[in-house]
Design a protein around this ligand. Structure first.
Ligand code: CAA
Ligand code: NAD
Length: 295
């Protein structure tokens, strides 16, 4: 079993930048690809800020931060991922986009390279089938914010070989994460349970059950959750949540996965949450204030 030394990450958004950060911090030479320099620069700035926080808090020696940054390369060229031992895909939640990239990389990367997707809701087998390495294909589902969240779901499809699954599981542990095994069901373990809860919180806003801050406050103080559901939705991204809901609803045909109308309208208006500056809250103010949704 070849050792994993070089890691390729596709996408340098919220998740890709976090995955690249933890891989580089764990000692892997890491190369990240996004479609433009602008996205790469934004991701790199996020990584630098996050590493600086760890140094500031005494959780990471400054020399280790510098070494991690040295191990990171940023590129817009897919071909630069040719020599990596594992590819972790973290691009927009869209099957056609993901499959096009996996197909291209399948012809570029060596037979020993493992392919992994960080998808929240798509079926891993559907991506594996787009390649000629379905036995070397897994799901590696990280959580946001990646540098702080301990869990990784390691997803085995009907075609994943035992050796690939073990390799991916050991790799997740080598990043300092706690891996769990999950089946290739849309949403795996966490999103199967979390997504209906988040969508119900939007339905509660639509019905006027409580105000946005009161719904958040109720779940933080009433259930001991670290964030209220509407803050968490802004944090995850409303565009990403809308993709996830569409995919899970198509898979399960159950109303609890259906995207609420308000979610669709907010996405159409460009309110993607924290990353675009506005969602259920308006992040141009510090601290953020409730966004006027005309409800
Ligand atoms: N890197 C490094 N340090 C960071 C950081 C980052 N990216 N973000 C925050 N920190 C630090 C902060 O500086 C802070 O340090 P101090 O205590 O010294 O100030 C510390 O971490 C804690 O941060 P905060 O005080 O801002 O906030 P917190 O105590 O509430 O913890 C949190 C932050 C871990 C994000 C917590 O709020 C939490 O667990 N929230 C829920 C997150 C969650 O549910 N994620 C899953 C989303 S769903 C998903 O990912 C799956 C999917 O497919 C959609
Ligand atoms: P994001 O919108 O923050 O970032 C997506 C990035 O992918 C963007 O920078 C975009 O330019 C880039 N991209 C699009 N097409 C590309 C391509 N062909 N090649 C390279 N880069 C490309 O999204 P995100 O939140 O980082 O989500 C990424 C993936 O991770 C999705 O599959 C999502 O479901 C999953 N995920 C998200 C979360 C979350 O909380 N946001 C948690 C776990 C998993």
């Amino acid at each position: 079993m070849a050792e994993i030394r070089r890691v390729g990450v596709l996408g340098c958004g919220l998740m890709g930048s976090g995955i690249a950060q933890v891989a580089a911090t764990a000692g892997y030479d890491t190369i990240v690809r996004d479609v433009s320099k602008e996205f790469l620069d934004r991701g790199r700035a996020g990584i630098e800020k996050s590493l600086a926080k760890f140094v500031e808090k005494g959780k990471l020696p400054a020399a280790d931060r510098d070494a991690a940054l040295q191990r990171l390369t940023f590129t817009t060229a897919v071909a630069d991922l040719q020599p990596v031992d594992i590819v972790i895909e973290a691009i927009t939640e869209d099957l056609a986009l993901k499959n096009a990239l996996f197909k291209e990389l399948d012809t570029l990367c060596g037979a020993g390279t493992v392919f992994a997707s960080n998808t929240s809701s798509l079926t891993i087998a559907e991506m594996a089938a787009a390649t000629k390495r379905a036995d070397r294909f897994v799901g590696l589902h990280f959580f946001n914010p990646v540098p702080l969240m301990a869990l990784v779901e390691v997803v085995r499809t009907v075609t994943t070989s035992e050796q690939t699954f073990k390799r991916a599981f050991a790799f997740a542990a080598s990043l300092g994460k706690e891996p769990v095994a999950a089946k290739d069901n849309s949403g795996f373990i966490v999103n199967l349970l979390l997504v209906p809860y988040l969508l119900d919180a939007i339905r509660a806003v639509e019905r006027g059950v409580g105000s946005v801050p009161d719904i958040d406050k109720a779940m933080v103080l009433g259930c001991g959750y670290p964030m209220g559901p509407l803050t968490l939705l802004d944090f995850v991204g409303l565009d990403t949540t809308h993709h996830i809901a569409e995919i899970m609803f198509k898979e399960y045909r159950e109303p609890r996965y259906a995207p609420p109308p308000l979610l669709k309208r907010m996405v159409l208006a460009g309110m993607y949450g924290k990353k675009s500056g506005k969602g259920f809250y308006d992040y141009s103010a510090n601290p953020p204030i409730v966004n006027n949704l005309g409800l």
